[in-house]
Design a protein. Structure first.
Length: 136
């Protein structure tokens, strides 16, 4: 049985022909497990899942850059629940990174930091700004 939920297709397989009620209950249980997993996901777990999902379509250099960003992003930010992150949290982290990194690096980190919540919380509007090209 297949069901679309929040833009994602989920499939539940049976080894027998289920009744309509049995199929719906099983799918509801599966969707509830997925929702619990996503509700308790912090930025670090979401970023790891994001990197894993993009591994085959991004260049190895980009993947290395993302992993480098994860080592640089503060532990406090990494521990925030992905559904609780706000544009202010992202801007504060970018401002923190801008103190010790050049503007191009900060822009790259900003793109990554913004993409992760954008993937898991598509309704989140991110209006943040990385460092300007000439600033340090």
């Amino acid at each position: 049985m297949r069901k679309m939920y929040k833009g994602q297709m989920y499939t539940v397989a049976f080894d027998h022909k289920p009744t309509q009620k049995e199929a719906m209950l099983t799918m509801a249980d599966e969707l509830q497990k997925v929702q619990k997993k996503h509700d308790s996901m912090n930025f670090k777990a979401a970023a790891e899942e994001y990197i894993g999902a993009k591994r085959n379509v991004l260049s190895p250099t980009t993947i290395r850059g993302y992993n480098s960003a994860m080592k640089t992003i503060s532990k406090k930010f990494q521990d925030i629940n992905i559904h609780d992150i706000t544009a202010l949290d992202i801007q504060a982290e970018v401002n923190h990174l801008a103190k010790d990194h050049n503007p191009k690096t900060v822009r790259n980190y900003h793109g990554f930091i913004s993409a992760v919540p954008g993937t898991f919380c598509p309704n989140l509007k991110i209006c943040t700004h990385p460092a300007a090209k000439g600033q340090k």
